[in-house]
Design a protein around this ligand. Sequence first.
Ligand SMILES: NC(=O)c1ccc[n+]([C@@H]2O[C@H](COP(=O)([O-])OP(=O)(O)OC[C@H]3O[C@@H](n4cnc5c(N)ncnc54)[C@H](O)[C@@H]3O)[C@@H](O)[C@H]2O)c1
Ligand SMILES: [Zn+2]
Length: 343
Amino acid sequence: MKTFHVKGQLRLSSIHVGESLRNLDKYLPSTQVVIVTDENIKKYYKKDFPDVPVITIGTGEGIKTLSTVEAILKELINYSCDRTSFIVGIGGGIVCDITGFAASIFLRGINFGFVSTSLLSQVDASVGGKNGVNLESYKNMVGVFNQPEFVICDIDLLNTLPKKEISNGLAEIVKHALISDESMFDFIENNKQKALDLDYDTIFKLVSDSVNIKSQVVQQDEKEAGERRKLNFGHTIGHAIEKIEKAGHGRAVSMGMVAAARFSQARHLINQEAVSRICMLLEDLNLPTTLDYPAKDIISAAGKDKKKQGSDLFYVFLEQIGKAKVEKIGFDELNRFIASVFN
Ligand SMILES: NC(=O)c1ccc[n+]([C@@H]2O[C@H](COP(=O)([O-])OP(=O)(O)OC[C@H]3O[C@@H](n4cnc5c(N)ncnc54)[C@H](O)[C@@H]3O)[C@@H](O)[C@H]2O)c1
Ligand SMILES: [Zn+2]
């Protein structure tokens, strides 16, 4: 097991990679504990949960709403939770994002922790303290920055994860390598089949390296005023693709990273060889790399982010494999680029 720390404004968060769900008890306070999980996780792992009340939510991005949060809050009241109670989210990114938000607003905030069960949530969603839900078609529109007390990344749980969810997680792992660690990129290239086969040591290293990169970036810039923006590599266009097709977050980010790599090439930051290397690795990890959508749909979907950012946006480019650079560009420049690479 390896432990990483993020010192947030409110508390120190400890992320334990390689710890087991079966040891969750060790991390819980002696006060009242309530678990929030989803139907899939309950089916596979309820037998390993500590003996405390369990709130079960549905699955899919469609349930990441304020009404699910409200239902959880009502159940917490039914269980007579108070300011000393503790909530544990056991699940993927959706369970963790919702649980962290519900805990952060219940009685103005009670303590919480996560057991991350999907590869994507282990390497991304559960590190960094962003918690929240969607509002209408706006993704993650409502939420808070608040660090969980602990995160357990139990690698063994990944064995029941559907194959396409493994690829979704691998996309974020490749993103971490691309923005900050060329040797990690080399490692993934040399171990791609082992990664797809969930070889324990390979996944343990990739989750650890990702958590290490993300926790260091978040430590420097918890509220995303600078360095943390680099973690959005591939996400501007990735989110736009996600809005027009339910591709899965990682798959959409894969195409978004190809677009961002080509945008970096168009700006003479990286060469064709680097772009090809990136595409080849993503394809070998069963991730899509074609930009086969109508440009006007991508432009309109990307434009919705204006709500968050105004007429300019911070776009993440690559200077080389392993090094990212953030630049403020206008939506007009982004739209011209999209029109040049999409249909
Ligand atoms: N807070 C953040 O910083 C952050 C970062 C990245 C993504 N996210 C959010 O995370 C969400 C996506 O997370 P996700 O990909 O984990 O999705 P998810 O939570 O929907 O999990 C994917 C699917 O796999 C199932 N599952 C999870 N673990 C399993 C296991 N061990 N065995 C069997 N089935 C399992 C789930 O029930 C679900 O059906 C999105 O809503 C995204 O916005 C948040
Ligand atoms: Zn992401």
